[in-house]
Design a protein around this ligand. Sequence first.
Ligand code: SF4
Length: 370
Amino acid sequence: MANKINIKGLATEELAEIIVKEGFPAYRAKQIFHWLYQKKVNSFKEMSNLPQDLINLLESLFHLESLNGLAQQKSKDGAQKFLFQLSDKQLIESVLIPNKENKKESNKERTTICLSSQVGCQWHCLFCASGQRGFKRNLAAGEIIEQILAVQRLSGKTIQNVVFMGMGEPLDNYEQLMKSINILNDRLGMNIGARKITISTCGIIPGIKKLAENPLQVELSVSLHAAEDKLRDYLMPVNRKYPLSQLISACREYVKKKNRQITFEYLMLKGINDSVDEAQKLSQLISDFEAKVNLIIYNPLQAAQHEAIFFPSEEGAVYSFQQILKKNHIPVTVRYSKGQDIQAACGQLRGAYLKSQVTLNNLTSIRDRL
Ligand code: SF4
């Protein structure tokens, strides 16, 4: 496997180019895509409509797997967290989140996957377990795609929505991120609509600008968590590089260019950023363009792990904050993090595993089930 390429990181055109050079017709690349993403086969041998010499070529050039399932946790609310080991032994996490469909009359469940885009993260946000352990490396597109295939296989669920909100800052890994999104979105690939894919960023301005130029209509979500620089500098060191005024003007430009709304994520931290005054400042900051706000209730397990630096806001504070945004005509929703009884927030399970706080005895081992 050492010199072989992960086939799941290739777009159809790239795959076609490789096999055409070896004397096979380009349409075979589409067939291979079908086997990989629709039939979800685990070996090239199963691609039964390919000639044997093409199967031999694929086996000599490519490999199909680079993730090793290490552990799985299930929450009472249905969220499931997966810990994977990459071929260089680094660890990443993916989370499966069940959601009821929004329509009142429908009782259908939609499934969202939260993907990692990097091993670790360079930004050290104070409330985030991934940021506390530093940055190791970017994930390749194939490693991003494989998280979905592996989670589908292990959970038996079909995934409708994808959010890049797991470990890492996706816009710091722009090229591989977009490559993976193109494969996810490809009709012959996973065929997931661009509007069902959300990129969540801590506010990387060059990445937001590049995304504004990209024709794909993916959703963009920006983590704000504070409405003034002093507090944001403290909570999110990325703000020292990309301060609020510049970030908000990049978001305004994005909305203008793409003609799409942006979602701002706002983690409600008791006594830190949840005052009426903060709600007014947030309203002023984002009132002149199409944006909505997600107020996120801080996961108490995270609070415990951070030696109680932060606590979830009181219900009353969340309500008052929400009312001020509504009064200022800003669409707002309140979101409770799923998987509060497991280590479902970004980087928590990996952190616990590395510190040996959890072992495979109190998790479900998924090795051999992949
Ligand atoms: S919240 Fe996101 S950007 Fe901040 S440290 Fe964690 S992974 Fe990185």
